[in-house]
Design a protein around this ligand. Structure first.
Ligand code: NDP
Ligand code: KPL
Length: 318
């Protein structure tokens, strides 16, 4: 199949480049961030490294939405939550979306599928999560963190039906790309399993400006994780959401993943350290809102959301 990547950032590059190199499929990138697109055109592609090594130039096709004339079978969307509405509006006005197209996204947080469903048939939306660490060093320069074949991701149709032929073909291409796809049967449970993980790792590493491997060296890190997971699970269970992992498995997943991806600064820190807003409202904030809607107060998540906004605001005094 042919793919169009919306958002040539860290994860957009990761998916697009692995699809074009390992699965041998055609990939076009749609980007609205001018310095990135101009840099790629000037240097003739994107510089790709893995764990800071083997930096090499990979030629890619990259377009502003308004100049794009292609017709991919599947769009893959990787924007930050707060950028998505504007991106979809601009892409739609540029006329790049077509009724026959499928769309996949493995963005962190919750809220993006409500935006995406305004532009695509609900039966053609595929939800995803990615336990894949990637850093955008700057325009046209991406670093794939973690060893080859360490990539793991999940996908589930938005209609929770069995995968149709296109979803199966997408799965095959993701597998050939070595992105480690696993099919789930309930998109909300799958997405929340990742949201509650990010609500621990992304948020705490960002507040303390540390890599995942540094965070997990603190002996009480698993205890802090458990406190946040307990609130997340209590809120989710009241909302009828049952995660794909137990509380114990989630704590273990934090320990294991922090060791595997020890040099990674989570994507939330990458925004924070560059002076941008973070996705905390779509992660811890989403869990806290879900709790309130079901008569349960996630006191720690609510506090943590305020802490992250506090550190965001305090950057002006540094
Ligand atoms: N990175 C990761 O390891 C993972 C990320 N995700 C999720 O995937 C989605 C996409 O994230 P990700 O690919 O990390 O984000 P991006 O790398 O795409 O960054 C998003 C945007 O931030 C701005 N930007 C990025 N780098 C710079 C820079 N050096 N200087 C100035 N501006 C910059 C640009 O927009 P602008 O100029 O408009 O600000 C860019 O389009 C998110 O939902 C994220 O949570 C999920 C799993 C792992
Ligand atoms: C790589 C991972 C899983 C780390 O929490 C992530 O989702 C991120 O960096 O945003």
């Amino acid at each position: 199949m042919k793919y169009g990547i919306i958002g040539a950032g860290a994860m957009g590059y990761r998916y697009g480049i692995l699809l074009q190199e390992n699965a041998g499929v055609q990939v076009d990138f749609i980007e609205t961030w001018k310095p990135n697109i101009e840099k790629v055109r000037e240097q003739g592609g994107v510089y790709v490294s893995r764990d800071h090594e083997n930096k090499h130039l990979v030629p890619i096709n990259i377009f502003y939405p308004e100049e794009y004339k292609g017709h991919p079978d599947v769009w893959i969307i990787f924007k930050k939550q707060m950028q998505l509405k504007e991106e979809m509006k601009r892409d739609s006005e540029a006329g790049i979306f077509h009724d026959d197209q499928y769309v996949f996204s493995a963005m962190n947080g919750m809220g993006h599928f409500e935006v995406i469903e305004k532009y695509f048939d609900k039966d053609k939306i595929v939800c995803g999560t990615a336990m894949i660490a990637t850093v955008l060093n700057g325009p046209g320069d991406v670093d794939f963190m973690g060893p080859v074949n360490s990539e793991v991701m999940h996908l589930a149709p938005y209609n929770n039906k069995k995968p149709d032929e296109t979803v199966k073909a997408l799965f095959d291409d993701l597998k050939a790309a070595k992105l480690g796809p696993v099919v789930s049967n309930n998109w909300v449970n799958m997405c929340m399993t990742k949201v509650v993980f990010n609500a621990v790792v992304n948020t705490l590493c960002t507040m303390f400006e540390v890599q995942m491997g540094q965070f997990i060296q603190y002996p009480k890190a698993p205890e802090m994780a458990r406190q946040l997971f307990n609130e997340s699970f209590d809120a989710c269970e009241r909302a009828g959401i049952y995660m794909d992992e137990t509380r114990d498995e989630q704590v273990q997943s934090v320990i294991d993943t922090c060791h595997t991806l020890k040099y990674h600064y989570p994507s939330m820190y990458q925004d924070f350290s560059k002076g941008r807003d973070t996705e905390v409202d779509y992660i811890n904030g989403y869990i806290a809102k879900l709790g309130r809607e079901h008569d349960y107060i996630c006191r720690t998540h609510e506090f943590v959301v305020n802490q992250v906004h506090l550190v965001e605001q305090m950057r002006q005094f540094k």
